[in-house]
Design a protein around this ligand. Structure first.
Ligand code: FAD
Length: 394
């Protein structure tokens, strides 16, 4: 691509690039039922690789770290073009959406050079080692400990609910480095290579079958001292900052622009039919679909406004809690509605009687329930909003 002189030129170039490169097989077709999930995965991987090559997985990161070096305005135009073309958004990944922004700000030059380009090219896969059996909502009570011996930390303990730990190359991990210090001050932030001897991972089976969840055990795991991010004992500040990015990312799911299947209005038109005026035939469902679409639009605008405020150094970092709370509730409402629209087909779990698209709806509906827990439960977000944003008394 030639370097564009104006934002409008950039918009045109980006729009043309998407039109030229987006695999047509990924465009959902109303009425189609026989999509082959394996083929879709291949086309999805191709699309992801193209985005990565262009630096569009981390568009605002500097080029030296695998990003596209875009300005804030250009990132916004890129996102608008992707949304307008209704392409599939890349999945939220722990490396790109959570660790990357914090590493950019707090990583040492060596850490940034080692990790950021691989994250931006989707070549290294990260997991998040925060929760423990005795530390979830009350995360600061975590007890996995890391003791400094020469040039290495020796880590012992256990993490739980570590999504995709069994597939991850690296983990960003909260460890207790000082048991005498006040709770929040004895925590450090370590980057741990998952192939280090002493780490074992046990996938967790749920009532629904295999899941992404794992337990991760550390038994005398030796981690180079240089893998600490930030200062010793100051990991809590970084951990909280990362959680803001996680909450923002989780809230963004509620915008409903992750194009994986039919949009809500398309699904409604397919399942319910349209009347002579071109509207969804059932007036009650039409109203619910319209409300959901309007609320998604309002969330998108609010997210964009809060991003502007953040860039201008205004607003509160705790707005991420509001976005996460609202976005996850909206996602749940959207999936409830999709289940209603599919009628009896919406409650299938497996078997030949259901189309792959209908089965995906059921699974996505169940998965959406987790959005109200991960990244800090919605009760915790309400507490943060009450305390930090509304400044209500304890
Ligand atoms: C889909 C999914 C993916 C996840 N992935 C990861 C991951 O990759 N890495 C990781 O480290 N963790 C992960 N988690 C774990 C997640 O961060 C925790 O489940 C979450 O923080 C809640 O902790 P807990 O499960 O221990 O529940 P608890 O803290 O025991 O809470 C139980 C209930 O009590 C409520 N509660 C607790 N304290 C309060 C309070 N002060 N006020 C009001 N209500 C309260 C909670 O809202 C909840 O309803 C994931 C969770 C889910 C669902």
């Amino acid at each position: 691509m030639n370097k564009p002189d104006t934002l409008e030129q950039f918009r045109q170039q980006t729009t043309d690039w998407i039109a030229q490169h987006y695999p047509p097989q990924l465009r959902p077709t109303p009425g189609a039922s026989g999509e082959d999930p394996r083929q879709l995965k291949i086309h999805e991987a191709d699309w992801l690789a193209l985005l990565a090559k262009q630096g569009y997985l981390a568009p605002s990161w500097p080029r030296e770290y695998g990003g596209a070096g875009l300005s804030d305005e250009q990132v916004r135009v890129l996102n608008q073009a992707l949304r307008k073309a209704q392409v599939r958004s890349p999945p939220i990944s722990a490396g790109l959406s959570l660790l990357g922004p914090v590493l950019l700000e707090h990583g040492t030059p060596a850490q940034k050079a080692q990790h950021l380009p691989k994250i931006a090219r989707n070549e290294s896969f990260w997991c998040q080692g925060y929760s423990e059996p005795g530390a979830g909502s009350d995360l600061a009570s975590l007890s996995t400990r890391a003791e400094l011996e020469g040039d290495e930390f020796v880590v012992n303990g256990q993490k739980i609910w570590t999504s995709h730990a069994d597939a991850a190359d690296w983990m960003f991990c909260l460890v207790r480095t000082d048991r005498e210090a006040p709770q929040h001050e004895g925590i450090s932030f370590l980057l741990i290579d998952m192939s280090t001897p002493g780490i074992s991972v046990a996938p967790i089976r749920l009532i629904s079958g295999p899941s992404a969840f794992c337990q991760t055990f550390f038994d005398d795991v030796r981690v180079p001292k240089d893998n600490i991010m930030g200062q010793l004992g100051q990991g809590w500040t970084l951990a909280k900052q990362l959680l803001q990015h996680e909450r923002q990312a989780l809230g963004s799911i509620g915008r409903g622009d992750a194009r994986r299947a039919l949009t809500l209005p398309e699904l409604a038109a397919q399942e319910i039919g349209i009347n002579a005026a071109g509207q969804i035939a059932d007036p009650v469902l039409r109203d619910q679909v319209a409300q959901c679409e309007l609320d998604s639009l309002a969330l998108r605008l609010t997210m964009s406004r809060s991003a502007d405020e953040a860039r201008a150094g205004q607003g509160s970092a705790h707005i991420a809690s509001t976005l996460k709370l609202y976005g996850s509730e909206l996602t749940n409402r959207r999936h409830e509605l999709m289940i209603s629209l599919r009628g009896a087909d919406g409650i299938g779990w497996e078997g030949p009687g259901f189309t792959p698209a209908a089965l995906r709806t059921t699974r996505q509906w169940l998965r959406a329930k987790g959005n109200s827990i991960e990244g800090g439960s919605n009760e915790i977000q309400r507490n943060v909003i009450a305390k930090r944003l509304l400044e209500l008394p304890e």
